[in-house]
Every structure is written in structure tokens, then in C-alpha cells.
Design a protein around this ligand. Sequence first.
Ligand code: AMP
Ligand code: MN
Ligand code: MN
Ligand code: MN
Length: 293
Amino acid sequence: MQHSPNGVSMIIYDFHTHSTASDGTLSPHDLVRRAHEKNVAVLALTDHDTIDGLEEAQATADSLGVSLVSGVELSVTWEKQVVHIIGLGIDPAQATLRAGLVQLREKRHERACLIAERLEKSGLPDVYAGAHKYARNGNVTRRHFAQYIVEIGLADTIRKVFERYMRPGKTGYVSMEWTTLVEAVKWITEAGGVAVIAHPHRYKMTATTLRRLLDSFKQCGGHGIEVVYGSGGHDAMQSSSALAKRYGLRGSVGSDFHEPGQPGIELGRLPPLPDGVLPIWDLISIPSISIPS
Ligand code: AMP
Ligand code: MN
Ligand code: MN
Ligand code: MN
């Protein structure tokens, strides 16, 4: 909760965050604590292809009075491109979703072995063990490889590692067929959740292709699009807001927080949804918000 200059209380939402269950650096417990410190009232934990952090996050959220929305960020391959679909308000016990996550975890493992093999062949030492040290629970992402490569001194930032090693076309990039858009939306909706296209302007797509993605997403039964997000500036917000209206999609708000100190990214530190965009949270049952007096 925060007070705007005219004294009106504003609820701070953050519907896109990561913990150590995937490639964030804070444990679910510490992530929720930090969200509470930053006055986030409604928080979704949306780890890549896993819901393993939700139980711990829920316990902390209950003790602090943060309203936690169960979430996930699914890896999808659509027309040979990787697209991220966020599920919000999912039932973590639901069987279809759980089976889907097992498939994605296996693919992550398969890809991690191939990435390690390629980087080791190019002369980097102990890459498999190095990345797994960061992905403590075995759910390996490219960011874990990047953390290891920074550790061994081959670059000073994760961003530079991505530029040199982990981007498409570079030695440590292995393309993977994740799940389909249809399946991802089905897993989310069968688990009682709503599906949201993450960071629409991060994909290297033309405007026409992005519109085709939104058409397909609508046809699959998708619900929303991130309109306000950590890596998107004012232009991305304006353009996503127009897309939300044009496609009848709800708008979501999420920092995509991975670790403290990321330039320009903090839990809950986001502008409000632009006028005229219908909020995704009206479609989600939000556990009661405790309003500090
Ligand atoms: P993966 O899903 O394993 O392919 O990894 C994707 C993750 O890598 C994203 O969620 C980001 O956390 C991270 N990532 C992708 N591109 C970059 C980049 N250019 N700089 C820093 N992190 C990145
Ligand atoms: Mn990530
Ligand atoms: Mn993403
Ligand atoms: Mn994310």
C-alpha cells in the first residue's frame, strides 16, 4: 500500500517475479520479505517452468500479510521463437499443469547438458557443475550459466555473458522446442488460472508477427498481456496498452525482478496501468489484502 500525492491509497501489485526456485537470487522467503518492505500488497511469484517456490513463499506471505498469487512463467515455442506465458492464480496441485511442468523440466535438463557440452568443447572449464551450483534445485536456466561464467572471470556482468556466449548464434545457445502456445494456455486454464503474454516487446518480432501472436493467443483462450513491466519503457507501455485494447486483453503489471540491484528494476516499482486498460487482477481471486492502519 502506498499513498499518492493526493492522499489516496494505492495498492501496489507485482505479478512477475523470480526466486531461487528458478533464476532469481533471493529465496522465496526473502523475495516475499523484500516485496513487503517495498510495500507490495499483491505479489505473484512466477518462476520459469516451476512452482516449487510457492509453498515457501505462501508461508512467508501469510506471516507478513502479503497477498500471494500463485504463478508460473512458462517457456513456449511459437513459430520457432521463444515466448513466455505467465500463469496467474493457478492451483499448484492441478495434475495437467504439474505434468506439463515435468516435461519442461526434462527439456531444461536436456538443453543444459548440450549447453555445457558446447561451452566445454570451446575451452571453458567445468561448465556443467558450475551452472548446477547456481541452479541449486536442478532447474537450470541460461542465467545460471551466465552466473558461472562471471564467476570464472570471463565477463564482468551477466549482460555481457549473454552478449558473448548465451544469445542465439553464440556458442552457449542451444535452441529448444519448449511447449506450444495451445498447451501452455491449456495447462494454465485447467489449473484455474489466467494466461498472460510476458514482456511483449522483448521478442525480436516485427509488429505484424506480434499481432499474429496475439491473434493465436486469443484463439487459444489467453487472457492478458503485460502492459507495464520492468524492462519496458514508456513506449513499450503505450504500445502494449494499445494492443491490450485492440485484442480485448487484460493488462498486467510485473517487474520481472530477479535480484536486488538490477538497474532500474525493483519489486513493485512500476507505473500504474494506463487509463482504459482493464486490469488482469479483476479476473483473479486475490487472497484478502491486509491494509495497514
Ligand atoms: P532461459 O529461459 O533458460 O533460456 O533463460 C532466460 C533467462 O535468461 C531470462 O529469464 C533472463 O533472466 C535471462 N536473460 C535473457 N537474456 C538476457 C540478457 N540479455 N541479459 C541478462 N539476462 C538475460
Ligand atoms: Mn529469468
Ligand atoms: Mn521472461
Ligand atoms: Mn521473468
